[in-house]
Design a binder for this molecule. Structure first.
Ligand code: NAD
Length: 290
């Protein structure tokens, strides 16, 4: 299979590159970060350092004729989205429309799109399922949700087959300490460097921390078969920041120095997502992990 992966130089993208190459797929990566930097893990891929919003992107897709576009390129920072909503919307919404235009230019080309738990806003109930109301608290939540509607509309109009995921907070190998779900990575960095760790708010906030191996497994399932549906990819469990810190301190063998700052705007207090639909309908198996 030929997969065109946007955002292949990023955290989840790098994990996906590895997984696709391991099973013998042909991988084409489009990532703006590759415009001026060579990444050794992309050496077995065809790489384009191009912006997904460029017309050049559509030409690349027409030339490469992938079976699947796995669209992981995005502006992922909640605080940056609040500071510069136009840039956020431009990359996440207009960028995805360009990806859809490219997808429909190649007959039979399918799509995977990763949305986010951020679209649900403050949960009206826990665990949040796929039918929960969409009430984002930040521009990022809006710009991740809006493309879902474009995808459904393109599917209705042009028959594009797709799978949409809504990831909880992803952690694991190759993660950058910045970013949406980076708290575990930031904690590990603080422990390794013996730096102080900043807690925003009282530390009682809970998150659903899902390992990137489960994200990869879900993506591989949806690469072979498009489900034309939306699935939470999560653990179905809530873990508080204080619990996470305590675990990290147990592993590190010392107490971390902590700084307490005000709660950040746009941050959700409690959240965990049910994963029943992905387990039942996609056959996703997370039993070895949780
Ligand atoms: N990490 C999480 O916890 C999480 C949770 C929910 C959803 N997601 C979604 O998963 C996807 C990947 O997230 P990640 O954590 O790997 O992010 P990341 O920032 O590590 O990777 C994103 C990649 O996209 C590239 N990119 C950004 N703008 C681009 C543009 N205009 N043109 C081309 N490339 C561009 C970046 O260079 C980067 O390599 C995103 O769509 C994100 O919204 C992530």
């Amino acid at each position: 299979m030929k997969v065109l992966l946007t955002g292949g130089a990023g955290f989840i993208g790098r994990n996906l590159v590895e997984a696709y190459l391991n099973r013998g797929d042909e991988v084409v990566v489009v990532d703006i970060k590759a415009a001026h930097t060579e990444f050794e893990w992309l050496s077995d891929c065809i790489v384009y350092g191009v912006d997904i919003r460029d017309v050049a992107f559509i030409e690349i897709v027409k030339k490469e004729k992938p079976d699947l576009i796995n669209h992981h390129a995005a502006q992922i920072d909640v605080q940056s989205a609040i500071k510069d909503p136009i840039k956020d919307a431009s990359i996440n919404i207009l960028g995805t429309i360009n990806v859809l235009e490219a997808c429909r230019a190649v007959p039979g080309c399918r799509l995977i799109y990763p949305s986010s738990a951020a679209i649900y806003g403050t949960p009206e109930y826990l665990g949040v399922d796929e039918l929960h109301p969409i009430r984002p608290l930040s521009m990022y939540g809006i710009s991740k949700y809006n493309p879902e509607e474009y995808i459904r509309t393109y599917a209705n109009l042009y028959g594009i087959r797709y799978t949409i995921f809504r990831y909880a907070n992803v952690y694991g190998q190759y993660q950058d300490p910045k970013g949406e779900g980076g708290v575990i990575c930031v904690l590990m960095n603080s422990a390794l460097k013996k730096d102080s760790f900043t807690i925003f708010g009282d530390g009682e906030q809970t998150r659903d921390f899902v390992h990137v191996a489960d994200i990869t497994a879900a993506n591989l399932l949806a690469s072979d078969e498009s489900f034309n549906d939306v699935f939470n990819i999560s653990t179905g469990k809530a873990t508080s920041l204080l619990e996470t810190i305590q675990l990290m301190e147990e592993v590190a063998g010392f107490e971390l120095e902590k700084q307490i700052k005000d709660e950040r705007k746009g941050d959700i207090k409690h959240s965990y997502l049910t994963n029943h639909k992905a387990l039942a309908q996609m056959g996703l198996d997370t039993t070895n992990r949780y």
